[in-house]
Design a protein around this ligand. Structure first.
Ligand SMILES: [Zn+2]
Length: 142
């Protein structure tokens, strides 16, 4: 008799894999160290998820500041919030792309600075672009 290494169901000796879950069968009288489904001790959060959490926090915080404390035109506020959103999206993309290339585990200590730097660089670029666009729109309306 053979037993499935995963679910424990018994099969005849000529069977090679479990028909239920496809796992290899082991001969009954051989005592193997218990093969358990591989469960990581702590679930690994992908760098993209971490970057999204950081970016989401940045976005909520800065958008709140722009909306609540910002002065001036509604159009400017919308533009500023949009640039923050775009900056956050690019920051997440940068982390995802870089972490895929490096194929290493990205701890928070690496995800946080990369997200922040990309956010600061790209959000400022977008803000600059949006303010230029808004400047043109203002000129046109006059
Ligand atoms: Zn099985």
């Amino acid at each position: 008799m053979k037993t499935c290494s995963y679910c424990g169901k018994e099969f005849s000796d000529d069977a090679t894999i479990c028909v239920i879950d496809g796992n290899p069968l082991v001969v009954n009288n051989v005592s193997l160290p218990s093969i358990e489904p591989c469960v990581a001790s702590k679930p690994y959060q992908s760098p993209g998820v971490r970057a999204a959490i950081i970016s989401g926090t940045i976005f909520l915080f800065i958008s709140f500041r722009i909306v609540a404390l910002g002065h001036g035109l509604v159009l400017f506020k919308i533009g500023a919030v949009t640039s923050v959103l775009l900056g956050c999206a690019v920051a997440v993309s940068v982390v995802v792309l870089c972490s895929r290339r490096s194929r290493k585990v990205w701890p928070w200590m690496l995800v946080i600075p990369v997200t922040l730097v990309s956010y600061i660089v790209f959000a400022r670029l977008f803000l600059l672009a949006i303010s230029i666009v808004l400047g043109f729109l203002k000129k046109d309306s006059h």
